[in-house]
Design a binder for this molecule. Structure first.
Ligand SMILES: [Zn+2]
Length: 238
């Protein structure tokens, strides 16, 4: 298993690790610990570099397989590097932008859930925008304006974002944690919850900013109907 260092501190940008396994084509390495986020829950991969034996390799993509975090490299490694120590560094500008947009979706989702009972049916986070699909059958311009205004009013309150682990028993007493329609998080002894204190809490495995004041101003960039019930809202941050 790769230790996921971003769960210790989402603001860490550099780390040291050892190579556990190298792919057959030597274009990917699995590490014992990593800061690289593997795609999930609409949050895309991190990119960055690994410095191995004095050589800097670009990590173009990270992915997860059987508990290991693999790092796809821009060129093949030489042979004989299994067990080798290395230094990793994230493309921090990219990761931080993704973190801001992920937390922004939670704010918007929290507002839409409290006001309209909206559940999530999909979402995707980018570095410069994010979109979320919600059950908002009668979404109209007034509701969109309300969601944007209320989201910014919440951001102005500068609430902390608090990730924590809950047991299945605790989770059973908090039905609001299940925010994604027809999808439960992977069942394990402890499940990860991200709480925006004062607004919202939900199952989430992603990385978030520590305080929502880091979001700045949320702007609804557009909406789109994805069916009778599903409506897509795209947002950006200023
Ligand atoms: Zn999330």
């Amino acid at each position: 298993m790769t230790e996921k260092l971003y769960y210790i501190d989402p603001y860490l940008q550099e780390f040291e690790a050892k190579i556990v396994t190298i792919s057959e084509d030597r274009l990917a390495v699995a590490l014992d610990r990593s800061l690289f986020f593997t795609p999930g829950g609409g949050q895309p991969t991190d990119t960055g570099t690994l410095t191995i034996d004095g050589e800097i390799y670009n990590v173009t993509e990270a992915y997860s397989s059987e508990g290991l975090t693999w790092h796809k490299l821009d060129r093949a490694l030489p042979t004989g590097l299994k067990g080798q120590s290395l230094k990793g560094a994230l493309d921090w500008e990219r990761r931080y932008a993704i973190m801001r947009h992920h937390t922004a979706l939670h704010v918007l989702n929290g507002v839409a859930y409290l006001a309209f009972g909206a559940l999530v049916t999909g979402g995707q986070i980018y570095t410069d925008r994010a979109r979320i699909d919600l059950t908002l059958e009668d979404l109209n311009p007034e509701k969109v304006a309300y969601i944007e205004k209320e989201s910014n009013a919440i951001i102005a309150k500068a609430f902390d974002t608090i990730p924590r682990l809950v047991t299945q028993e605790e989770a059973a007493t908090m039905p609001e944690l299940v925010r994604t329609l027809n999808a439960m998080p992977p069942q394990s002894e402890k499940m990860r919850v991200v709480e925006i204190a004062g607004l919202d809490r939900q199952f989430c495995g992603g990385t978030h900013v520590a305080n929502i004041r880091e979001l700045g101003t949320l702007k609804v960039l557009g909406t789109r109907s994805k069916g009778k019930v599903n409506k897509r809202i795209e947002i950006g941050l200023e």
